[in-house]
Design a protein around this ligand. Structure first.
Ligand code: GLY
Length: 392
């Protein structure tokens, strides 16, 4: 089973290819997608991606006449930095990459964001081909052109890491999601991707697929068992939702009443605050700290639903349904060790979505979509936090 989903954006529309065995075709698909002839290609590979996969992608690019160099990057939030971008730019210059030569981002969301940003600014912009290897990167980070890095206000401190504070929009020329790469993923990383899929399911009404959440509820065990056809359909339906929302508001400029692309941040203001707390662990054991992004997103969705419930934007059954599917996906639904509500809300106020010093939360609603709530009452936000606290 194989799907092609178009992403319509102002500059140049592109296609997301989803299916098994696609990394062997990266060369042909890249040659078809580029408008001018390229001579070289540069791969930025996630250090977790097996060498055999990097070699397969490189061989495929060589088979269409490109000279290929590659560079490995560690996929950590600390390495999602301007220093990594500078390193990649230097390596691209050493590889003599020119304006028409593509850079290939092969890995998870961090690799796609950092590589996309380097491609956007190298010689004022060269083509980037996104080859996501994690579920999260396939359904979210690789599509829509957001690129960038974190900004560390103080060295070594997660709390002072401002997530995605520096970046630009730089749409890929092509996205190639080879489902086979999910087979080698640790189960924890696959589960994290499911959190973003659940988020899309909650946006089904604006994304044009109102059945996605209930379909996911019936297939969850198949996703976790890595059933290939279920995963191809899962990625395709999620990409279609994201593509539709991005096409409607490419640069996230819609007003709060419309929502637009900002709705894709459902649960993320809670999540960004939670994931900066380095001692939090999904199962309470220090060896699994800190939370991964998808785990924080799952908790963020539950907190957003409870906030929505407190504001009477959704009912208890909707909030319970969200907690149940996150639990069934194997993601944490409550967490020990959170700071006080005031401290967490202060951290949420540092989110880059904050405008005029006011919190802007995206909350799920009864009707299968979400809405922007500016400056919510603190009691409602505290009800959201209470929903994810694990009592000791
Ligand atoms: N991940 C949210 C967006 O792409 O807008």
């Amino acid at each position: 089973m194989r799907f092609q989903i178009p992403v319509h954006v102002a500059d140049r529309s592109y296609t997301v290819h989803i299916g098994p065995g696609l990394f062997a075709q990266v060369g042909n698909l890249t040659a078809l997608a580029l408008q001018r002839q390229a001579h070289r290609a540069f791969i930025v590979a996630d250090a977790r991606v097996p060498a055999s996969v990097v070699i397969a992608v490189a061989d495929s690019l060589k088979s269409v006449g490109l000279a290929v160099r590659s560079w490995a990057l560690k996929p950590s939030e600390q390495d999602k930095s301007l220093a990594s971008v500078e390193r990649i730019l230097i390596e691209m210059a050493k590889a003599k990459l020119e304006r028409d030569d593509p850079v290939i981002a092969l890995g998870g969301g961090i690799i796609g964001d950092v590589t996309g940003f380097a491609a956007a600014i190298y010689r004022r912009g060269i083509p980037v081909i996104q080859c996501p290897t994690t579920l999260l990167a396939m359904v979210d980070a690789s599509v829509g052109g957001k690129t960038g890095v974190n900004l560390a206000l103080a060295e070594g401190s997660l709390a002072d890491l401002k997530k995605n504070f520096v970046g630009v929009f730089h749409q890929p020329r092509l996205v190639i999601a080879d489902i086979d790469s999910l087979k080698t993923l640790p189960p924890r990383v696959l589960r994290c991707g499911l959190a973003e899929c659940i988020k899309h399911g909650l946006l089904g009404a604006i994304g044009g697929d109102t059945a996605l959440l209930s379909w996911m509820e019936t297939r969850l065990d198949l996703f976790l068992a890595q059933d290939p056809d279920s995963l191809v359909e899962l990625v395709s339906r999620n990409v279609a939702i994201k593509a539709r929302i991005v096409a409607g508001d490419e640069r996230e400029e819609a007003d709060d009443a419309t929502g637009g692309r900002a709705l894709l941040n459902l649960g993320h203001t809670f999540a960004h605050a939670i994931e900066t707390i380095s001692h939090l662990s999904p199962d309470g054991t220090p060896k699994n700290a800190p939370l991964q992004h998808g785990e924080a997103v799952g908790l963020g969705l539950i907190a957003a639903a409870a906030t929505s419930r407190a504001l009477q934007l959704c009912d208890a059954a909707t909030a319970d349904r969200i907690t149940t599917i996150i639990n069934r996906a194997g993601l944490p639904t409550r967490i020990a060790g959170l700071p006080t509500d005031e401290e967490l809300i202060a951290q949420m106020l540092h989110d880059k979505k904050v405008r005029a010093g006011e919190l802007r939360l995206i909350l799920p609603t009864q009707s299968g979509d979400a809405q922007v709530v500016r400056n919510p009452p603190s009691e409602a936000v505290k009800a959201g936090i209470a929903a994810i606290v694990l009592p000791v």
